[in-house]
Design a protein around this ligand. Structure first.
Ligand code: ADP
Ligand code: MG
Length: 259
């Protein structure tokens, strides 16, 4: 007997494209007190492209991301989002335009996945609660967590918690997504799923700046790779240029240690 093929189980959910904006850093210099930890960093990320930032611990990668959404104010230089400077703009507004995902997911432990995603929508964007919850469910479905919307963080795996954090950032409809070692705290078997999700966002047109130790991801997914060391951009180029033909001794040494 022929069993009809169910279209339900094979139906791929239609996911809308993103409209990522350009991001440009011009001579960005950042300091903690008197100590400069980022010097004259210039970088252009074209709309809808993915740039991976690699480099040793302490080289200034997190500080760079913190300057872009003004968690830490730059000392000098400029950051342009969609061609306009972000300096002097309202940081809360800016953080709806630039989503950020951290190594530690920073979810509210006493709220469900759905509430974690919806909270910012009603608290920051003033969206009515019912609408925010509906949107949260939609975003959770997009990251593969439709069935987990009512779970609290402690009842989710690390990978699922990071998906909630990504859904929460996406709910704000950002123009750029920043990832700071988003998979570094995950158990090894959960890393790939989150990386695949991130790669999918890039394919959908999000502009992404990804600090990562996952060299395989950088090689495969990045349009541009940036190597930082001691607060400076040492080399930037395509994955092939950086991984197969590193020019500087510093990058050659770094790659020999991590690959
Ligand atoms: P990475 O993310 O590449 O590991 P960071 O941006 O975290 O590097 O750090 C760059 C430098 O700034 C390091 O020398 C670090 O010790 C220093 N640093 C980072 N955060 C602070 C802070 N809050 N106060 C003072 N120094 C800091
Ligand atoms: Mg860091």
């Amino acid at each position: 007997m022929n069993t009809p093929i169910s279209t339900k189980s094979t139906a791929v959910q239609e996911v809308p494209a993103f409209h990522g904006s350009s991001l440009e850093l011009r001579n960005l210099t950042m300091a903690y007190g008197d100590i400069e930890v980022l010097r004259n960093v210039s970088l252009t990320v074209a709309p809808g492209t993915t740039t991976c930032i690699i480099g040793p611990s302490g080289s200034g990668k997190s500080t760079l991301l913190r300057g872009i959404n003004r968690l830490h104010e730059p000392k000098s230089g400029d950051v342009l989002l969609a061609g306009d400077t972000i300096l002097g703009t309202n940081p809360d507004t800016l953080r709806t335009r630039i989503g950020m995902v951290f190594q530690h997911f920073n979810l509210f432990p006493d709220h469900t996945a759905e509430e974690n995603v919806a909270l910012a929508l009603w608290a920051v964007k003033g969206m009515p609660k019912a609408q925010a919850m509906a949107k949260a469910r939609q975003r959770l479905a997009e990251v593969g967590l439709a069935e987990r919307a009512d779970h609290r963080p402690r009842d989710l795996s690390g990978g699922q918690q990071q998906r909630v954090a990504i859904a929460r950032a996406l709910a704000m409809e950002p123009e750029v997504m920043l990832f700071d070692e988003a998979t570094s705290a995950l158990d090894p078997e959960l890393v790939k799923g989150v990386l695949n999700l991130m790669a999918g966002l890039g394919r959908r047109g999000m502009t992404m700046l990804v600090v990562t130790h996952e060299m395989g991801f950088a090689r495969k997914v990045a349009d541009q790779v940036v190597f930082m060391d001691e607060g400076e951009v040492v080399e930037a180029g395509t994955p092939t240029q950086l991984f197969d033909n590193p020019r500087s001794e510093r990058l050659q040494r770094f790659l020999s240690e991590v690959l």
